[in-house]
Ligand binder design. Structure first.
Ligand code: CMC
Length: 391
């Protein structure tokens, strides 16, 4: 007590006790509420996983139906939200649009701010799960200059999201099961990852008893950075740059190893996984399948595989235990699905939503104290004020 230990980046500091996600970085194990990520990605759908993360158990058929129908009731946003969206320039990054609109939702749903009971929490949760896919789809349509779509509540959660993203005026929207399966899998793989940067942001914001929507908005902002969720966009931009540059992967490997060059091999390395990222293994296989199923041939996938092969045998990467992470192949799938590059991190945000909600709810139910780290002061000692004409 009274002694402050410094742990920059919180590499060895536990910020909370949590029963949601188990992660063993040495063995490459990731489990949500005890279920392996491999099994969930194979057998569950995104909404089931969301329920599992938030409430702790896989839902029965009835529980899932009720959860989905409660979400559907709130799958609408106030028409005035469109005015805010209109005010953004088309060039705005959709992550900025998403975090702003998520925060703005508070103004239209003031009852979701103060949550004093589990019932209040539940209401805020189903509201946000209902509204965020609309904002995600609208952020994309705004960029593309397309009219907004409110979706169709007779569809599944992921199906409806795809319709809101991809429907075209005056044409009948036809679901593509390949896209539904691929997106379900990607969202599940991103759904939680214990106390990462954005989740810690959500927990610490919520610890002041700020509402769920603004806590998640803060998480979206934290996710945006290229060292975190923004890596999926950065990976694709990097692979495209390598392709444009003649496909010389060795040149970029050398840049990544050069300490005088700020360039990093995006999609490589992880704070916790030091042998492999189990999500990356699943996504690599899924990328092959989805591209095959959609009949897409993408030279970018070959560049990615080439880069991975080189890095896995390169001393610099091996010594530092740098392996492909979840974001290395996800962008290739999003691209094959027709999702614009700037939307990749937005897709990650939607995937992470159940995790953020589950962690926020756990933090509130456990009545955790306000998050307030200390510091080691390294500034000036006390000194006398100097009038401006004497400085
Ligand atoms: N390319 C080249 N060198 C790297 C890379 C990379 N991608 N990642 C780490 N290093 C080096 C780093 O320079 C350092 O070298 P040295 O010991 O010689 O100084 C060493 O490896 C350790 O790196 P660190 O930055 O201390 O590790 P960290 O745990 O603080 O950072 C990371 C983890 C993910 C931020 C980092 O590996 C990185 O910047 N990767 C690229 C961005 C990326 O793909 N991020 C997505 C993470 S997974 C999705 C998510 O959950 O957000």
């Amino acid at each position: 007590k009274g002694i402050i230990t410094l742990d920059s980046g919180y590499k060895n500091t536990g910020s909370c006790e949590s029963a949601i996600t188990f992660l063993d970085g040495e063995k490459g194990i990731l489990r949500y509420r005890g279920y392996s990520i491999e099994e969930l990605a194979e057998k569950a759908d995104f909404l089931e996983v969301a329920y599992l993360l938030i409430f702790g158990e896989l839902p029965t058929g009835n529980q899932l139906e009720k959860f989905h129908s409660d979400i559907k009731i709130h799958s609408v946003v106030d028409e005035d939200v469109k005015k805010i969206l209109d005010a953004f320039p088309k060039s705005a990054h959709p992550m900025g649009v998403l975090s702003s609109l998520t925060s703005a939702l508070t103004a239209f749903n003031p009852t979701s701010v103060n949550v004093d009971s589990e019932e209040d929490m539940y209401n805020a949760i189903v509201r946000l799960l209902g509204k965020l896919p609309i904002l995600v789809a609208w952020a994309m349509r705004k960029k593309q200059g397309l009219p907004l779509d409110y979706g169709d509540n007779s569809l599944g959660y992921v199906e409806n999201l795809l319709k809101m993203m991809f429907s075209r005026p005056n044409s009948c929207y036809v679901q593509n099961p390949i896209l539904v399966n691929a997106l379900d899998k990607l969202l599940i793989l991103h759904a939680d990852h214990e106390q990462n940067c954005s989740t810690s942001t959500v927990r610490i914001t919520g610890s002041s008893h700020a509402g769920l929507f603004v806590s998640v908005s803060a998480g979206i902002s934290a996710l945006w950075g290229p060292l975190h969720g923004g890596a999926n966009q950065a990976v694709l931009e990097m692979l495209e740059a390598i392709k444009e540059d003649g496909g010389d992967t060795k040149k970029y490997m050398a840049k990544a190893k050069d300490k005088a060059d700020p360039f990093r091999l995006m999609g490589f390395g992880h704070r916790v996984y030091k042998n492999f990222d189990p999500r990356a293994k699943i996504i690599k296989v899924a990328a092959d399948e989805v591209l095959g199923d959609l009949g897409v041939e993408d030279p970018i996938l070959d560049i990615a595989k080439g880069l991975e092969k080189e890095a896995l045998t390169d001393k610099y990467f091996v010594d530092r235990k740098l392996y492909p992470n979840v974001d290395f192949y996800s962008g290739i799938i999003y691209r094959a699905m027709g999702i614009p590059t700037e939307m990749f991190t937005v897709m990650f945000a939607l995937g992470r939503l159940p995790g953020w909600i589950a962690q926020w709810r756990e933090m509130r139910l456990r009545k955790e104290p306000i998050g307030r780290p200390r510091q080691l002061y390294i500034g000036e000692k006390e000194r006398a004020f100097m009038p401006i004409d004497k400085r």
